[in-house]
Ligand binder design. Sequence first.
Ligand code: FES
Length: 165
Amino acid sequence: MSDTAVTSTDAAAAGAAAPAVAWEPQIIVFACNYCAYAAADLAGSQRRQYPPNVRIIHAPCTGKIEMEHILDAFLKGIDGVLVAGCLEGGCHFQEGNLRARKRTDRIREMLEEIGVGAERLKMVNLSAAEAPTFVARVTEIVETVKALGPSPLRDSRVPESEGQE
Ligand code: FES
């Protein structure tokens, strides 16, 4: 028998001893460089706590986040997405955050139509000084998605290796 073979004793022991792994939502935050990312950074330096199941993706501006970036996150099994940008009127690329708001609203409608749920996608506008707002909105989406449960798209995702030869 090889060293790596799993014996029935191992499996029984694992089944008996291992507690069921609780599902935790996986959340992506697309954060614009000038305000949201700075607010996240400030939250970190102020040692403010927020749920660890959040991955922050640094974007130059929310206007640079295309619909396919958000849809792709959901198709890869992400349970929720927060788009975080500058205050309205404060975007460093003029109207990037206004475009992002329109895209986000459109995708929310699509998510609702296909039964995934609009609440899994939110957008927040904040200034670089609003670390508490950043933490509050991140915590809020994690709690919302926890209440909704795993994304229905999780089970339909295609493994990344599939189709690559
Ligand atoms: Fe922050 Fe455009 S630079 S949303």
